[in-house]
Design a protein around this ligand. Structure first.
Ligand SMILES: CSC[C@H]1O[C@H](OP(=O)(O)O)[C@H](O)[C@@H]1O
Ligand SMILES: Nc1ncnc2[nH]cnc12
Length: 291
């Protein structure tokens, strides 16, 4: 058994969490650059927690400029074992209404202007993301949402777009009708892929704010409407997060879905061909396998 350390990545509208004992905003140095902000650390119900506002306090970073690698690396350096992302999303389903939450389990990655891997020339690795979220952590999020009285849908495909503009009507219809996606957002990729490379369990909670642009009765996405829904969603998200320590417990076994061993056979570059500078940068993310 090892200590559970819960990492929360708060999306639009979620810039802090309540109730942490010994709450401290901590600056974390990462060889991958500056994280989005300092990280709020403390304990809740005896479980260690680390909270990072994805866009920074004051919403400084756009979906494209969020430093995804630095964020995941910094959480790993703090000993985080389980990452829960909470994100504002549009919905492609009538029944997934604004105010509802969706526990996402699949992604289609349409982002194109972001660094997507910790690995590269001098240390090549290929991890599987066939199942990009951790079922154990996703189950805990579903239970926490139900306990908090939130209408929650288990399972859904998240279309990750580059943004920052919302989608066109033609894109929205294609994502919904042809690609069968359930929700749309701009940030869960490459975040989920990087969490897998860093051997972190990852779950994604989508907080529905709008119907994107496909819905005949709702018209185009309106950011002022989104912000109104976001405020209520953020309170629900804080309520959900407060229930996670009791559900996950202070200690954990190895993940039965192998999220925490994703790199076991993933690195292809021979030890004597590895770039020492890149290997040094990978100390937190891949130290377990690189030694
Ligand atoms: C506020 S609408 C668009 C913005 O909100 C979402 O961010 P996050 O996933 O961090 O909650 C969406 O992906 C866009 O970045
Ligand atoms: N419709 C939408 N598209 C992309 N990101 C979003 N975040 C919230 N609503 C969204």
């Amino acid at each position: 058994m090892t200590d559970t350390v819960i990492g929360i990545i708060g999306g639009s509208g979620v810039y802090d969490i309540d109730g942490l004992q010994g709450a401290t905003w901590q600056s974390v140095d990462s060889p991958w650059g500056n994280p989005s902000d300092d990280i709020l650390t403390g304990t809740l119900d005896g479980v260690k927690m680390a909270f990072l506002p994805r866009h920074g306090r004051g919403h400084v970073h756009s979906p494209t400029t969020v430093p995804y690698r630095a964020n995941i690396d910094a959480l790993k350096r703090l000993g985080v074992t389980d990452v829960i992302s909470v994100s504002a999303c549009g919905s492609f389903r009538e029944e997934m209404a604004p105010g509802d939450f969706v526990i996402v389990d699949q992604f289609i990655d349409r982002t194109f202007a972001r660094e997507k891997s910790f690995f590269g020339t001098g240390c090549v690795a290929h991890v599987s993301v066939a199942h990009p979220t951790c079922p154990r952590l996703s189950d805990a999020c579903e239970v926490a949402a139900k306990e908090a009285g939130i209408t929650v849908h288990k399972g859904g495909t998240y279309l990750a777009m580059e943004g920052p503009q919302f989608s066109t009507l033609a894109e929205s219809r294609m994502y919904r009708e042809v690609w069968n996606c359930d929700v749309i957002g701009m940030t869960n990729m490459p975040e989920a892929k990087l969490a897998r490379e860093a051997e972190l369990c990852y779950a994604s909670v989508a907080m529905i704010t709008d119907y994107d642009s496909w819905h005949p009765d709702h018209g185009e996405v309106d950011v002022t409407e989104i912000i109104k829904t976001l405020t209520g969603n953020a309170d629900k998200a804080r309520n959900l997060v407060a229930r996670l320590p009791a559900l996950l417990g202070a200690n954990r076994n190895p993940c039965e879905h192998h999220c925490d061993r994703a790199l076991e056979y993933a690195i292809l570059t021979a030890p004597d061909a590895r770039d020492p500078a890149l290997v040094a940068k990978l100390d937190a993310v891949a130290g377990r396998v690189l030694g």
